[in-house]
Design a protein around this ligand. Structure first.
Ligand SMILES: O=P(O)(O)OC[C@H]1O[C@@H](O)[C@H](O)[C@@H](O)[C@@H]1O
Length: 239
């Protein structure tokens, strides 16, 4: 979590796992606000909370489209229901369930996970070798050669349903991200200059974080028939 994060209603926190819905970034046309949709800004309600005999805590939260009264959410005039299930035990399991209402529902989604790392310059991501990606920094497409390393501002949408691993040399640990129902992985680090433009992020915080995000966006956005549901999930574990 960034030390400069705003803990204010209507502001996204810069850390944890902000939920991206119903558009990613500025959406397919790049003109939607707020960035990454309104679900991460909305007030969800608690559906249930339980602890298993083994000590795994499971929380289920809901967000019902018609009940979101935020002015921005009103611009998304579709009927939908969202559920977020979080189970924290030896691993962290997060399941985002989207249910369409009476009409077809098209949306983008993401679990925008911020990982703390010892030093991003000595961290690499496994599992994306050979995958095609769109580089949002240069606006061009490319294919990943070898492991993903961070040597400059990095903002890439990989066309990949594969699981990934973050290998953090400074802290000597490997984080595994297993995902279901996601066709893309986004890798993001703002590096030096972009960090300076982000008011809710410290200028010197970029070496200590890396976002590896479970996403369906752009050509991989989801369209549900009326009443249909879609599940996207990730399981995070320390190896
Ligand atoms: O500042 P935000 O809205 O939380 O977004 C942070 C980053 O999130 C990433 O998912 C995007 O690919 C980046 O382009 C963006 O800068």
């Amino acid at each position: 979590m960034s030390g400069s994060s705003d803990y204010q209603p209507g502001r996204a926190v810069r850390g944890g796992v902000p939920l991206v819905f119903p558009w990613f970034g500025g959406g397919p046309e790049g003109d939607r606000v707020p960035a990454h949709g309104f679900a991460r800004l909305a007030t969800w309600h608690l559906i249930s909370a339980a602890v298993s005999p083994k000590g795994t805590a499971t929380l289920r939260f809901g967000l019902d489209g018609p009940q979101v009264t935020d002015a921005v959410a009103d611009s998304f005039t579709h009927d939908y229901g969202l559920e977020m299930h979080v189970s924290l035990g030896e691993t962290l399991l997060q399941q985002l369930v989207v249910v369409a209402g009476d009409e077809e529902l098209a949306f983008e989604e993401g679990l925008h996970t911020y990982f703390a790392v010892g030093d991003v310059r000595h961290t690499h991501v496994e599992g994306l070798e050979g995958e095609a990606y769109f580089d949002k920094v240069t606006g061009s497409c490319a294919t990943q050669e070898g492991l993903v390393t961070i040597t400059a501002e990095t903002d890439r949408i990989y066309e990949s349903a594969s699981n990934t691993r973050i290998v953090d040399e400074a802290w000597g640990r490997t984080i595994q991200i297993e995902k279901v129902g996601s066709a893309q992985t986004v890798v993001w680090n703002p590096w030096v200059d972009k960090s300076r433009t982000m008011t809710d992020f410290g200028d010197d915080e970029w070496p200590g974080m890396l976002c590896v995000e479970t996403v369906n966006s752009r050509e991989q956005s989801i369209t549900l028939a009326p009443g249909q549901r879609h599940l996207m999930s990730q399981t995070i574990s320390i190896l």
